[in-house]
Write a protein that binds this ligand. Structure first.
Ligand code: NI
Length: 249
C-alpha cells in the first residue's frame, strides 16, 4: 500500500471525486491525506473524510490565508482538529515567494498554529517557500514533529530538518529534469522520506500538463527507487511505514 501524505481534493479541481478515489486504489494508493488549508475548503475536506474510508485530513491555515484569518478562526480550527480522521495540523508555514511585506504576520500565524499543534500533540505539515532560515528558527522553538512538505532544498538543509526530527515530503519535483532532488535523495536514508503529490499541482514527468492526482504516487516512488538503487516495493514499504509511524493511523 502507498500513502499520499499530501493532496488537495476538491470539486474545484476534479469533476468526479468517486472516480479519483477508485483510480488511486487501482494504482495501490490506498490511503491519502487531504491538506485542507484554506478557510473555504476545510468543510469540504471533512465531508470527504466522512464519506471515504481511507481519506484522512490535515487541517490548518496556509500562509497565503494570513489576511483572512481572525482570532475567532483559531477556536474553529481547534474544534475541527478534534474531528475523527484528522491526523495533522497543516499545511502551515511561511511563503515569501511573492514578497516579504507580511513576513511578521505570517510568522505570527505560523507560531500560533505551532502552539496549537503542541497543545494537541499533533504533527505538523510545514509549507516553506523561499523562507528556509525563518522556518528553521521558528521550528527550533517548538516541540513538534512533522513533514517538510514539498522539500526541494540542499543536502545541508535536509540534514538540518532531519536532525530536528522532521520527515521530508517528496513529490513530483523529483522527476523534473533540472531537479537537484535526486542527488540530495541519493545521500539520504529512506527512513526520513514520505511520498506526496500535492495534487492537483506538480504532476510528475512524463505526465506534466495533466491534472495531478494521488494515482501518480507510484511514479514518484519509481524515481526514488532508481536514485537509491532499490526496488519500488522497498520504497513503498519504507515510506508507508514512516507515514504510519508519524500520523499514527
Ligand atoms: Ni499543498
Amino acid at each position: 500500500m502507498f500513502i499520499d501524505t499530501h493532496c488537495h481534493l476538491s470539486k474545484q479541481y476534479y469533476d468526479d471525486i468517486d472516480s479519483i478515489i477508485a483510480k488511486n486504489k487501482e494504482r495501490g494508493v490506498e490511503r491519502i491525506i487531504i491538506s485542507g488549508c484554506e478557510l473555504s475548503e476545510i468543510e469540504e475536506s471533512l465531508y470527504y473524510a466522512k464519506k471515504y474510508n481511507d481519506v484522512y485530513l490535515s487541517l490548518g491555515f496556509h500562509p497565503s490565508e494570513v489576511d483572512k484569518i481572525e482570532n475567532s478562526h483559531f477556536k474553529m480550527l481547534e474544534n475541527f482538529l478534534g474531528e475523527e480522521k484528522v491526523v495533522a495540523l497543516g499545511e502551515i508555514g511561511l511563503d515569501y515567494h511573492y514578497g516579504k511585506e507580511n513576513r511578521l504576520e505570517q510568522m505570527k500565524l505560523f507560531e500560533k498554529q505551532l502552539n496549537i499543534a503542541e497543545a494537541m500533540n499533533l504533527p505538523v505539515i510545514v509549507h516553506s517557500r523561499d523562507a528556509t532560515q525563518d522556518t528553521i528558527d521558528i521550528l527550533k522553538n517548538h516541540h513538534v514533529k512533522g513533514v517538510i512538505h514539498c522539500f526541494s532544498g540542499s543536502y545541508e538543509i535536509a540534514k538540518q530538518y532531519i536532525d530536528m526530527g522532521f520527515l521530508l515530503g517528496i513529490g513530483g519535483v523529483v522527476t523534473f529534469k533540472n531537479s537537484n532532488l535526486p542527488k540530495v535523495i541519493s545521500m539520504l536514508d529512506l527512513s526520513c522520506v514520505v511520498l506526496e503529490t500535492d495534487s492537483p499541482y506538480l504532476t510528475p514527468h512524463p505526465y506534466r500538463g495533466q491534472v495531478n492526482s494521488s494515482q501518480y504516487i507510484p511514479v514518484i516512488a519509481l524515481k526514488i527507487a532508481e536514485v537509491k538503487g532499490v526496488s519500488v516495493d522497498d520504497v513503498m514499504r519504507q515510506t508507508t511505514a514512516n507515514a504510519i509511524a508519524l500520523f499514527d493511523f
